[in-house]
Each structure stands twice: as C-alpha cells, then as structure tokens.
Design a binder for this molecule. Structure first.
Ligand SMILES: Cc1ncc(COP(=O)(O)O)c(C=O)c1O
Ligand SMILES: [Zn+2]
Length: 406
C-alpha cells in the first residue's frame, strides 16, 4: 500500500469547541460530549482531488487523506469497503420510487457495515498503543471488533445482551474475545463497560466514546458520493441505533463539500427506527435537539434497539441541517419488507435494512419522497446473519416422491 498522508489535524468537541491533540488517547470531551476528528481540509485540497482516487484499491482505504490512521504499518484490513450500489428496479416500481438503489453492506467482512468502524477504530487503537479494548454491543459491532482485534493482536472484552443474535456471540468467541452476556439491554452492558474500563485502565471502544469508529463509517458517505459520480442522490435512508452511521455520512458529505468534490444541496438524510425503539423519531417529532431514554424498547431489528444514543444531538443535527426527517416503522412492516426485497430483487437484507425499505415506501406514500427523486437505501448487513428472524413452513418429501409440474 503506497504511503499517503492523513490530513487529520486534531480532535474537536462539537458541543463546547475544546480541541485535543490527535496523537494522544482521548475518549470523551471534558464536557461529556463525543469528540470528532478534524482535518486540515485547506491543505488537503491542495494535494487531493477526484483524480487522485483513480487506480486506487477498491476498499475504504482509498480515502486515506480523510482517515485518521497516520502510518500504513498500523492498518488492520480484511479488504472492507467499496460495497456495491445496486438499482432496485422492481422494488422501485412497486413503491413508486423510480430511482431506487441499495448500497449493500452485507458483502463486507463480518457481514455488516460494522467492519468499517472496526477496521479504522482498531487500526487507530493499535497505532495509539492500546492493548485491551472493551465495548457493549447489540452483536454485530462486537463481532467486527473481535475479528479485527484478533488480526491486530489486541484483546477485546465484549459485553452483549443475552438476546443478541447468537451468531454474533459465536463470532466474538471464535475470534478469542472475552465475551460476557447480560440479561438486559445494551445500555445496561454500557454501564458495566464504563465501570470496568475505569477500574482496569482499558480503552473504551463504546459507540462515540472513542473518536475513530465514526471515521470508518464515514466512508459509506464518501463512497456514495464517488459511486454517484460526485452528484449525490436526493435522499439517503439509514437504520439508526447509536447513530454513528448517519452522523458519519453527514460528516463525509460536509468534508467533501468543503474540499470541493461535491456541490449544491446535500442529500436529505433520513433516520429510520423501529416503532418499538424510536427515541430519535420522538425527539424529531417534537423538534428537540436531544432525545429521551426510550423505556422498555423491543424490536426484531436488534441493531437499532438503542434506547438512548450518546450522539443523539449529532443525529438530529444531521437530519435538521439536510432537511431530512426521522420515521419509525413497526416490526410487522419490517418483516414483510424483508421478504418483499428478497423475493422481488434477490437482496436478502438484515431486518435493520428492511426497515429502511418499509420507511421509504411510507415516505413516498406521503409524498415526502417526490416523483423522480433518487433514493439510496443503506442496507447495513446481510440477512444471513439473522438465521432465526424469519421462519417458514417447509414441506417434507418421502424419498420416492415425484413433484407435480408447476
Ligand atoms: C445491522 C445494523 N444496522 C444498523 C445499526 C445501527 O448503527 P448505528 O450505530 O450506526 O446507528 C446496527 C448497530 O448495531 C446494526 O447492527
Ligand atoms: Zn466539549
């Protein structure tokens, strides 16, 4: 891999504006807010343009200038990123959205977009000398961080709710992580992690408590812009739990705009949640800048069962600044959207991804999505990671059976 400079400059608090040194380990700002990586975009613009990307490898590492890893030696990669954008012609006809696309993260290592955050987060943790990291997870992030930590030679201590998809448990354990289950929600797991990292001096890799996972997820936004020939789509829908993905996409688009790669209005960003866990939707409906803890949350779309996100104010800002919106869909609609996409398009998406298709249909019905607008569904993971979410009655045959003509 050729040596390309990172233009990461420092860590900046989006709440109080405090700045921190980039080459030291920092978690939250003194004021309690997440920290974000700032780049010297003026300097970057002198050396980095659309042409620079020609011929580079088709992974998220093609955007090295806009990633925080300083030294190539510290990159921990399994070839993640540059996932396909696929037109959904039949689903588009069915839903009345003539320019409907899916960006499919199901084909990435570990089967979900969490690999992006893990690749960049673990690379940066390694670069900063971290030996042990710990995080609460709804399953997929823990699996990805366990796998990338194993590759990097770091110890991962993962805590997940007992209801998390069992496949993700096995991924963590197979990768040699220290894995613990909790009879509770991700918020309960988070409290155990917070106490344990304090006690043991571990690196806290919880959502937005370290500044680098979001930089990996940001690459979804960079890719969408590049894959659309630097003319961005009108609407991007994203299944929102902790909110890192949607905030990352917004960060990517604003950085690209400042660099002069894209112009004009940014795509309207839509945070999609499940009705059984919709704190961001409630805050959006009340035009608030922060959400409240969503009691007794429950949904089949396990990855978006996050009752209170640390970065909720950043999610809401991304929605308001792009004239986007937040919408909730119920589990029944999620499951029927999942089957519909698989059966009409051959795309077997995760329940979180199915939620955004269900939401797009609702938004088209309400004419929030207008005729002729281009719409990207960000499918965050593969349906095969949820083997037990759907169940079908499959008939048995006798060994000497002959099937009738259909
Ligand atoms: C498949 C899937 N989609 C979406 C999300 C939500 O991600 P974010 O934290 O970026 O909102 C998760 C998080 O666990 C997930 O596993
Ligand atoms: Zn601050």
């Amino acid at each position: 891999m050729s040596k390309i400079n990172s233009f990461a400059k420092n860590l900046r608090c989006p709440k109080c504006g405090r700045e921190y040194e980039i080459n030291e380990i920092h978690q939250l700002c003194e004021c309690g807010s997440p920290l974000l990586v700032s780049y010297d975009l003026k300097e970057a613009a002198k050396q980095f343009n659309k042409e620079s990307l020609k011929g580079r490898e088709k992974s998220l590492w093609r955007y090295r200038e806009l990633l925080p890893v300083q030294d190539d030696e510290n990159i921990v990669s399994l070839g993640e990123g540059f996932t396909p954008v696929i037109p959904l012609k039949k689903a588009g006809e069915k839903s009345g959205i003539s320019k409907l696309f899916i960006k499919d993260e199901g084909v990435i290592p570990t089967g979900t977009f969490k690999a992006r955050g893990a690749a960049v987060g673990v690379s940066r943790a390694k670069e900063l000398g971290v030996k042990v990291l710990s995080m609460p997870t709804n399953g997929n992030a823990g699996a990805a961080w366990s796998i990338y930590s194993a590759r990097a030679g770091l110890k991962a201590v993962i805590i997940m709710p007992e209801d998390a998809p069992s496949i993700t448990r096995n991924e963590c354990a197979a990768a040699g992580a220290d894995l613990y289950l909790v009879k509770g929600l991700i918020s309960d797991c988070g409290k155990i992690v917070a106490r344990s990292v304090k006690e043991n001096g571990w690196f806290d890799a919880s959502t937005l408590k370290e500044p680098y996972r979001i930089e990996g997820k940001k690459t979804m936004g960079l890719e969408i812009a590049e894959q659309f020939g630097w003319k961005t789509p009108d609407v991007i829908l994203y299944p929102t739990g902790g909110g890192v993905g949607i905030v990352g996409i917004y960060k990517a688009l604003t950085e690209l705009k400042e660099l002069g790669f894209i112009e004009g209005k940014l795509p309207r960003l839509v945070a999609v949640q499940a009705e059984g866990c919709s704190p961001i939707v409630k805050a959006y409906n009340e035009r608030k800048n922060e959400s409240e803890f969503f009691e007794d949350s429950k949904t089949v779309a396990f990855g978006i069962n996050v009752p209170k996100a640390l970065g909720d104010f950043l999610v809401l800002e991304a929605i308001y600044k792009t004239d986007g919106c937040a919408i909730a869909v119920d589990d029944e609609k999620i499951l029927s959207a999942l089957k519909e996409l698989a059966q009409t398009e051959g795309t077997f998406v995760c329940p979180e991804g199915a939620a955004i298709y269900a939401a797009a249909k609702e938004l088209r019905k309400d004419n929030w999505i207008k005729e002729g607008e281009s719409v990207v569904l960000l499918n965050t993971g593969a349906g095969i990671k949820y083997p037990d979410t759907l169940s079908f009655d499959v008939p048995y045959l006798e060994k000497d059976a002959v099937l009738p003509l259909r």
